[in-house]
Design a protein. Structure first.
Length: 319
């Protein structure tokens, strides 16, 4: 038995087809390259799946006592699943991998070598290609990362995945950030520590379908912007000041024009357009402010990030 333990956290939502394939690949990599170096445990976090995901996990648990699990009472989202996995992981090192095999387990041996021999605290992964993704999704994803690089203090690398290997120091730092509205990519970048990136080409899902529609990704991107930047509030304030200046100059222009040329009645269509424009900017600014207030409102409720229906961990069982 090794002196150190690796906990593989696997957030899962409707992954009954992918989990057996993931388990087989993970065991193959472990038995081939890691068995003599480190002990292994799995921590599956079922995010309120509606298919046979938990049944599959139960079956794996019966044949392998290294399989542990946490099952939510409903779908709380991947961010909650990641937090639950980190909170209940007992290993010296913790890795987060998706069950669909888009996060290649084959990278784990190199990750462990880096943290042990090069003394990094965390090893992240990033895709250098988006082959197989819809072009529109890829385009907006790249624009999102460019935007975040300019408006956020957190280091959010283009193509960064949730696939990370980290030591306990990093895990504890992430858990210390107890906000309800979580954006893990931003949190991973915000906490700092010594981190190295491994690059790889995009891998297609092994089975099943993606749970991320374009609309869900758009909302997730908004969550990230609101969580790690106040730039939208600054932009709305600047727009308000600019419009006030334009209005002031327009008033002066109208006064001078009236004194010089009289008071013609023409120009009402342009006035209507200006009113609609200003009203739109006001509503946009109110909407931006409302998003920040809504997130603050959810934080003040102090609700739990997830609720457990059943769990089997290394030292306890909840039914």
């Amino acid at each position: 038995m090794s002196e150190k333990m690796l906990t593989v956290v696997v957030p899962s939502y409707n992954e009954e087809e992918s989990i057996p394939l993931f388990y087989e690949e993970m065991i193959r990599v472990y038995d081939t390259e890691l068995k003599d170096k480190i002990d292994l445990e799995f921590l599956f976090v079922d995010d309120g799946s509606k298919d046979r995901t938990m049944e599959v996990i139960h079956e794996l648990n019966k044949k392998d006592d290294r399989i542990h699990y946490v099952s939510f009472s409903r779908n709380f989202g991947k961010e909650a699943a990641i937090y639950a996995g980190l909170e209940n992981a007992s290993g010296d090192y913790v890795a987060i991998l998706d069950a669909d095999l888009q996060d290649p387990p084959a990278l784990l041996p190199e990750m462990i070598r880096i943290v042990e021999e090069e003394h990094y605290d965390c090893v992240g992964s990033r895709r250098v290609t988006r082959k197989g993704e819809p072009p529109i999704r890829s385009f907006f994803a790249r624009q999102f990362y460019k935007l975040m690089a300019k408006i956020s203090q957190a280091e959010i690398v283009d193509g960064a995945r949730d696939f990370q290997l980290m030591n306990k120091k990093v895990v504890n730092a992430i858990l210390s950030m107890g906000e309800y509205n979580r954006f893990s990519k931003g949190i991973f970048g915000w906490i700092g520590f010594r981190k190295k990136w491994l690059e790889y080409e995009n891998v297609e899902r092994a089975a099943g379908e993606t749970k991320w529609s374009f609309w869900k990704l758009f909302l997730y991107a908004l969550d990230g912007i609101i969580a790690f930047s106040t730039a939208p509030l600054v932009i709305s304030s600047v727009m308000g000041m600019v419009m006030c200046l334009v209005a002031f100059l327009a008033i002066i222009f109208i006064i001078i024009k009236t004194l010089v040329f009289g008071d013609p009645t023409s120009g009402w269509p342009s006035m209507v357009c200006i009113i609609v424009l200003i009203a739109g900017i006001q509503l946009l600014s109110i909407g931006i402010l409302g998003q920040y207030m809504a997130k603050t409102y959810l934080e003040t409720k102090n609700r739990p990030k997830y609720l457990i229906e059943e769990a089997k961990l290394q030292d306890k069982e909840i039914l």
